[in-house]
Design a protein around this ligand. Sequence first.
Ligand code: NAD
Length: 361
Amino acid sequence: MKTKLVLLPGDGIGPEVVGAAVKVLRAVGQRYGHTFETETHLMGGCAIDAFGVPLPEETLGACLQADAVLLGAVGGPKWDDPTAKVRPEQGLLGVRKGLGLFANLRPVKLHPDLVDSSPLRRERLEGVDLLVVRELTGGLYFGPKERREVNGEVQAIDTMVYAEHEIRRVTHLAFQAARGRRKKVTSVDKANILETSRLWRQTVAEVSKQYPDVQYENILVDAAAMYLVTRPASFDVMVTENMFGDILTDEASVLSGSMGNLPSASLGDGLNGHGHPRGLYEPIHGSAPDIAGKGIANPIGTILSLAMLLRHSLGLETEARAVENAVDTAIREGHRTADLARNGEKALSTEDITEIFVSRI
Ligand code: NAD
């Protein structure tokens, strides 16, 4: 198979973890006889430095031509000025919007050998295997926003907007995903307060009728935040709006032992040249400026994102599993980066652990 992938390493540890994933990609290409062409483009803070904008036209154009996109992370203190007109995150939102990626899939699974890396007790963690489906191009992050002066002081306004079709399409995706799993969907909202949530709940209920084989429940977001740490194994697929999903997935990430472990896939309706969804794949963590440049970042989230890319955008299930198995095996053998090492375990560098993953492909 011949494919064209765009790499957007971004800022901070982004280039380090994407570099690691590319080594794994090359190993998969060699082992299974594929040619993966890659093109690297600037997005985020690095693009602001080079071009004055977080998402240069050339970058978005390349993403639109690609079979799939692999992203590291964007942002950092250098571009954090709250009064700045251009911000790295605008690049991220722009690429998601530009590619029509309305659903973000974030699987959270705990490797049994990493139970001690999680702050939760072992009995709470047993059986944790959930998938958060987060709406990605609507809600508060994309609604009208403004600053205005009222009675001599500045007011800021963000607006949460959802249309039925935006809720419907992500809900279908969640129910379809549940069919391939334990057949349970939990919809998370704040229907006791928010109008958008009442529309959300109504629309999800309507869609659910088309999936009588899938069990379905509603939970308020505040309760969901609590249940994620008190009974996380009770969830299968969780579907929710943009901001709730953003927050809940960071919370859920600690179940896996480290934020550095978790991958994600962003999908929409668009198909690539192979007839599969054109997607954007990225770890859920940020640019981790506190450890950037030290060579100690955990690349697992990005490598597992690559596995999702192989599966969803290229239809290469065997190769995806080979990558996931390589990570599983290395963890079982006791190899750890600093964020996962406990009780005197040796902490490997990004490069060293990547070599181990590559050798297990
Ligand atoms: P972060 O995810 O970058 O880091 C949070 C903590 O987790 C840090 O202590 C970091 O060292 C650690 N961590 C994260 N990924 C790790 C990895 N792979 N290996 C080892 N440790 C890891 O979140 P933050 O500190 O809140 O944000 C830093 C910057 O990243 C900000 O500019 C923020 O806007 C940006 N950000 C970007 C994205 C994205 O690109 N998708 C997401 C979240 C935050």
